[in-house]
Design a protein around this ligand. Sequence first.
Ligand SMILES: *[C@@H]1O[C@H](CO)[C@@H](O)[C@H](O)[C@H]1NC(C)=O
Ligand SMILES: *[C@@H]1O[C@H](CO)[C@@H](O)[C@H](O)[C@H]1NC(C)=O
Ligand SMILES: *[C@@H]1O[C@H](CO)[C@@H](O)[C@H](O)[C@H]1NC(C)=O
Ligand SMILES: *[C@@H]1O[C@H](CO)[C@@H](O)[C@H](O)[C@H]1NC(C)=O
Ligand SMILES: *[C@@H]1O[C@H](CO)[C@@H](O)[C@H](O)[C@H]1NC(C)=O
Length: 337
Amino acid sequence: MCFLLLIYLFLSGNVAIVFTEDADCQVYNHLYICLENGDVLHDVAFEDVDAVQTIEDIELHLENLGIVDVARNAFIEVSNSSALYVRDNRLSSIGRHYFGALDELTYLDLRNNTIINVEEGAFAGLSSLETLLLDHNNISTFRPGAWKGLSELHELYITNNRLALRRNMFKGLRQLETLVLDSNDISEIPIGAFNGLSHIDLLYLSRNKISSLHPDVFRGLNEINELDLGRNRLRAIPAGIFRHMKSLSSLWLNGNQLTVLKPDSFQGLDNLLFLFLNNNDLRYVDMGAFARMKNLTVDPGFKIRDSLADDLGTIYGQYQCSSVAYQIPYNCTEIDS
Ligand SMILES: *[C@@H]1O[C@H](CO)[C@@H](O)[C@H](O)[C@H]1NC(C)=O
Ligand SMILES: *[C@@H]1O[C@H](CO)[C@@H](O)[C@H](O)[C@H]1NC(C)=O
Ligand SMILES: *[C@@H]1O[C@H](CO)[C@@H](O)[C@H](O)[C@H]1NC(C)=O
Ligand SMILES: *[C@@H]1O[C@H](CO)[C@@H](O)[C@H](O)[C@H]1NC(C)=O
Ligand SMILES: *[C@@H]1O[C@H](CO)[C@@H](O)[C@H](O)[C@H]1NC(C)=O
């Protein structure tokens, strides 16, 4: 039936809506899209292949169609596509057969569905996928095997879910460079949570509930450039936690509850350029913490004897500080020793 239906569609180029006993088909964003029972994606075919093709990509736009499930082989007629947008639908579980035919896909947008579950091997056929967007869903965990086959994935976005971290959670994503986990339910980072991610460049963990860190949680992230721990509940920085991050250039610690910076707080961050410390409650700062950083800008900075300290690498000693207001430099006075 499915085969006959597609023949019919191809032969009658100006037919916009076709009803069959299997599925209702409509033309949407230059695609024939057939839904079974109104909400199960049954077939996708090109209505005007030139219209969906850019120089780089063949883009399938299936946003906001109320899709709750995807039938086996739904994408078989469009298997040479490179980008698939299924955002703003109502998928709650990503099945193993959903994307089987799409081995040229590089970009998959699944934002704003109601995804709770990702089956083992759900992305297994997507051997070219580079970017996966899962933001604004309802995911709390991933099964081992969820990432099977994603050997080329570079960017993974999972903001605004209910995720908690587990050891080896992202193992298998060997080429991953960007991991974005802002606004989840992360209250701790287990040792080994980022195991296997040796090429991570950007790691974003802001707006979670992290209150403490073990000094080994970032072990292995030797190529990282940006780390965002802003808007968590951190009260202290454990000595040596950043010791392997030789290439880190930007570190966000804003919006935490830090009160003390010790000489070893930023040990290893010799190449840091930007440090965000605004909206903390710093009271005691050992300026030795910045001794090895040659070109560092601290936001919002430190005011010492009424002038802004601009070359922190040359200032030593222990200071009593107070937070004057958000975005205003900390007001610091040297402690006589
Ligand atoms: C993709 O597949 C469609 C349908 O099979 C075909 O018309 C189109 O030329 C193909 N495009 C590329 C770039 O291979
Ligand atoms: C999420 O998708 C629904 C449709 O399923 C839409 O009405 C809503 O505006 C979308 N929300 C966002 C934040 O994009
Ligand atoms: C998310 O999942 C939880 C538990 O499975 C459920 O109670 C809640 O209604 C879901 N939220 C949304 C927005 O779907
Ligand atoms: C210091 O950083 C600033 C801003 O990123 C940059 O413009 C400048 O070239 C850097 N200077 C050195 C000596 O690296
Ligand atoms: C900064 O601290 C010094 C010493 O404690 C105090 O005299 C001064 O009023 C403070 N300045 C502001 C703007 O709070």
